[in-house]
Ligand binder design. Structure first.
Ligand SMILES: *[C@@H]1O[C@H](CO)[C@@H](O)[C@H](O)[C@H]1NC(C)=O
Ligand SMILES: *[C@@H]1O[C@H](CO)[C@@H](O)[C@H](O)[C@H]1NC(C)=O
Ligand SMILES: *[C@@H]1O[C@H](CO)[C@@H](O)[C@H](O)[C@H]1NC(C)=O
Ligand SMILES: *[C@@H]1O[C@H](CO)[C@@H](O)[C@H](O)[C@H]1NC(C)=O
Ligand SMILES: *[C@@H]1O[C@H](CO)[C@@H](O)[C@H](O)[C@H]1NC(C)=O
Ligand SMILES: [Cu+2]
Length: 449
């Protein structure tokens, strides 16, 4: 499937330590995309801590709990800054490029650029902008969108977007590209900075922009972020037909709980802990005691749960699996709620092995009675693999369980999945072929062939 994708480790917190990157799948020869451009560039956004990932993981598992806190830097294509002043104007040049701001790309006046933007932040929700250059969003998670213009792009961990940018500004200077934390207080995390420089006779590509770096939108304005989420539809010529109704509906309440003194995230009261033996091996080899056999709950008590208060119960830690009928259509409604500090925050949910149709976003508590479903977009929903669950709200998606295997569906905030914010789906595992002996080694798979 042509488009922009991300890869990263899923063992411990290795992703946070930098084991991640972007994959671009190009269109087949002769295929005409629903837009055109002169050149493309990749923009991989990240956040960065000084504390090692081992120390971060230890704190998250500890009693008392120690949060990772805010990142020290934001990275743009792997480069960031910490506590340094910019070199005085004119000191950087081709033989001293290290002291210059990173160049995102060099623009030729009049040309149009496709930027493939991906976020692999561990915690931060971001707003990415290029000073003076609006963006036309044309792709999301490998699907063409009905193009829409933005001044800057809200992007959540695990998501990718392609945008078109026209080099139509004064070419005698350079411009800021910047990423900003939104959704959490950014006072400890300076914006990520890079430069778009114009290739123009008389413009010095090493000169910092003459303007102050852009400040970004108010970090605490959730409404403008929800508006962008709601502006994303499938491109009219690339609407993927969606089944009219689901065979099964899962209502997932996201809560933060205290379990045996540890702070955990739970989904319908269950905090996911990976079993030592991989699910796939355990299922193929019939090791029934390698993971929890009792199925997790499809629903929660939505009538009596107050989402504007911390969860009243503690929950449990476990490794259960939602077993889905192969080929069935599944609706998932993610319901946000207040954490133990009585605030609600953003959770980008990512599904492995499938794309889902994004049915819609709502405020407050989802009501499974008919009226809530009426608001959902069944005409031209975008397909994605990562979707934000906004503070104090809900997000509904639909997918077809048509990929034999065992698949994680989880919050893409690394600390959150580490604290159990995920579920496991299985479908058609009997269709998966013989597993190669080279993958054996973890838990009870050790020594198996
Ligand atoms: C920033 O650098 C200055 C010296 O250049 C140092 O005095 C200060 O402690 C540093 N601040 C942090 C937060 O590391
Ligand atoms: C680059 O700048 C340095 C000072 O930062 C200067 O010594 C050097 O001559 C410059 N080189 C060129 C090629 O301009
Ligand atoms: C954001 O926070 C500022 C104070 O830092 C406050 O004045 C403003 O009302 C808040 N905006 C929203 C939308 O909550
Ligand atoms: C939750 O766990 C704490 C210990 O961590 C215990 O004191 C409390 O009674 C439990 N609450 C419920 C509702 O089970
Ligand atoms: C939690 O916050 C909500 C608003 O989101 C407020 O109505 C409620 O009183 C707060 N509860 C506690 C225990 O602070
Ligand atoms: Cu989360």
């Amino acid at each position: 499937q042509p488009g922009t994708y991300l890869y990263h480790a899923h063992y411990g917190m290795q992703r946070v330590a930098g084991l991640n990157g972007m994959i671009v799948v190009t269109v087949p020869e002769g295929f005409v995309e629903p837009f055109s451009y002169d050149e493309e560039h990749t923009v991989l956004l990240g956040d960065w801590w000084h504390k090692s990932v081992y120390e971060q993981a230890t704190g998250l598992s500890a009693n008392p709990f120690v949060f990772v806190t805010e990142p020290q830097s934001l990275l743009i294509n792997g480069r960031g800054m910490f506590n340094c002043s910019l070199a005085p104007s004119g000191t950087c040049n081709a033989s001293r490029p290290d002291c210059a701001l990173p160049t995102l790309f060099t623009a030729v006046p009049g040309k149009t650029y496709l930027l493939r933007i991906g976020s692999l932040t561990s915690l931060s929700s971001l707003y990415f902008e290029i000073e003076g250059h609006p963006m036309m969003v044309v792709e999301a998670d490998g699907h063409y969108v009905r193009p829409f213009a933005v001044r800057g792009l809200f992007i959540y961990s695990g998501e990718t977007y392609s945008v078109l940018v026209k080099a139509d500004q004064d070419p005698r200077r350079n411009y800021w590209a910047a990423s900003h934390v939104v959704g959490r207080n950014p006072s400890q995390t300076p914006s990520g900075k890079a430069v778009v420089s114009y290739a123009f006779n008389g413009n010095n590509p090493w000169m910092p922009p003459p303007t102050a770096p852009p400040a970004g939108p108010p970090w605490n304005n959730t409404a403008i972020r929800v508006d962008q989420s709601r502006a994303i539809f499938a491109h009219p010529h690339f609407v993927e037909p969606m089944p009219a109704r689901a065979d099964r509906t899962l209502l997932f309440l996201n809560t933060q709980n205290r379990i045996d003194g540890h702070i955990k995230w739970t989904i319908n009261g269950v905090s996911l802990m990976f079993p030592a033996t991989p699910y796939l091996v355990a299922m193929k080899r019939g090791m029934k005691d390698a993971y929890e056999q009792r199925p997790p709950p499809d629903m929660y008590d939505h009538m009596s749960h107050d989402i504007s208060a911390p969860a009243p119960t503690n929950g449990t830690v476990g490794s259960p699996v939602y077993r889905l009928a192969l080929g069935s259509v599944v609706d998932v409604v993610l319901q946000n709620s207040n954490m133990l500090n009585n605030k609600s925050e953003t959770h980008p949910w990512h599904l492995h092995g499938h794309d889902f149709w994004v049915l819609g976003y709502g405020e407050g508590k989802f009501n499974p009675a008919a009226d809530a479903w009426r608001l959902l977009n069944v005409r031209d929903p975008i397909m994605k693999n990562t979707v934000p669950l906004h503070p104090d709200g809900w997000t509904a998606v639909r997918f077809r369980a048509d990929n034999p295997g065992v698949w994680l569906f989880h919050c893409h905030v690394e600390a959150h999945v580490f604290m159990g914010m995920g579920v496991v789906f299985e479908e058609g595992v009997e269709r998966v072929g013989r597993l190669p002996s080279s993958i054996m080694g973890c838990g009870r798979s050790k020594g198996l062939h």
